[in-house]
Design a protein around this ligand. Structure first.
Ligand SMILES: [Zn+2]
Ligand SMILES: [Zn+2]
Ligand SMILES: [Zn+2]
Length: 341
């Protein structure tokens, strides 16, 4: 059902965002790793753990300025797209997408929430995982949960039926399932999944709901997620082919949530030398800006681009592309950003 967020709920998101950005005034840089140390609100919130396309920034073997600059200046590095849903009241936290940078992203999770103090030598890193699809930037981190690494126990991994069948039926993922490191849980698109805290109890007022989208379904099908909290809701949609290929209008999704982290893989055509972008379709950031130009500012301000490819100029806040995003009333996600729920 379409739900338009009242202004008060949206204001909450903006306020929390402002708190997260105080680091700018203090010289720490909004969205730098330092931002994750900013005080968290008392209610549940979403912490941004990664904002890059699957292969991260710098990307393997890239000798162009985009990646050489990130090697020279670690503040320019970006991890593969992922979010952490955090609930201070229960001490719970849940991971959306589990890419190859999980090893470092676990460090960014420290203190989220401060109330999380679980006993044992290997307490659960998170209370559950939700996966959008099986391209490498969204599932490769599961390997860190196997017996060669953290040796997780019975961690629920939520995905579509296609994802659950993929994990259980194909190595190396099947080994994680058969050894009990992870437990695939099928989610039905459109049906909210209640989140369970470290004690196994359902956390009131906090759910994750998948919605199906078109994306090169080479390995599994693909979903985005809406995280609903007691005060606000957030959409996470890192990969989709093109807005026009989706039966649901983007505007309708935006009207139903307070903030939407959307596929910002490429800013414009021609960004991947030697490859035809028609083979790897995504909505260009420039197309999303143009599509929403006639929409009210209150709707445009909900757009936060994530999943940026290494060559996307908008990753650099000083670029003309980043300025175009700001001029459109939108934002580019930074690791450490916090959105209240
Ligand atoms: Zn991806
Ligand atoms: Zn590069
Ligand atoms: Zn993908």
């Amino acid at each position: 059902m379409l739900r338009t967020a009242p202004p008060s709920r949206h204001s909450l998101v903006v306020v929390v965002r402002a708190i997260a950005c105080l680091g700018v005034l203090l010289g720490a840089g909004c969205g730098s790793p330092a931002a994750s140390r900013d005080p968290a609100p008392e209610g549940p919130y979403v912490l941004v753990l990664g904002t890059a396309q699957d292969a991260g920034l710098p990307q393997i073997g890239c000798r162009a300025a985009c990646c050489e600059a990130a090697r020279a200046d670690p503040a320019r590095r970006r991890f593969a797209s992922a979010l952490l849903v955090v609930d201070p009241a229960s001490g719970g936290r849940w991971l959306l997408d589990c890419g190859p940078d999980l090893r470092e992203q676990v460090e960014a999770m420290r203190g989220h929430p401060p109330t999380r103090a679980l006993p044992g030598a290997r307490p659960p890193l998170v209370d559950a995982v939700f996966l959008t699809h099986a391209h490498m930037g969204h599932v490769a981190g599961l390997l860190h949960l196997g017996n060669e690494a953290y040796a997780a126990r019975d961690l629920p991994v939520h995905g579509t039926a296609s994802m659950a069948a993929f994990l259980a039926g194909h190595q190396p993922w099947a080994l994680l399932v058969s050894l009990g490191n992870v437990r695939p849980v099928v989610v039905e698109p459109g049906v909210p999944t209640p989140l369970r805290g470290p004690d196994g109890a359902v956390v009131p007022g906090l759910t994750v709901t998948a919605f199906r989208v078109p994306h090169r379904d080479e390995v599994t099908d693909t979903v985005g997620f809406v995280v609903d909290g007691p005060s606000a809701s957030l959409a996470y949609l890192p990969d989709i082919d093109k807005w026009e290929r989706w039966e649901r209008p983007l505007e309708e999704l935006l009207a139903s949530v307070d903030v939407a982290l959307l596929d910002g893989t490429f800013f414009a055509d021609g960004e991947v030398p030697g490859r035809a972008l028609a083979d790897i379709p995504h909505p260009f950031v420039s197309e999303t800006i143009a599509r929403l130009a006639a929409q009210p500012a209150s709707l445009r301000s909900r757009v936060v681009f994530t999943h940026l490819n290494h060559g996307n100029p908008a990753a650099d806040p000083t670029s003309a592309a980043a300025a175009a995003v700001r001029d459109a009333g939108m934002r580019v996600a930074r690791e450490g950003d916090v959105f209240g729920l």
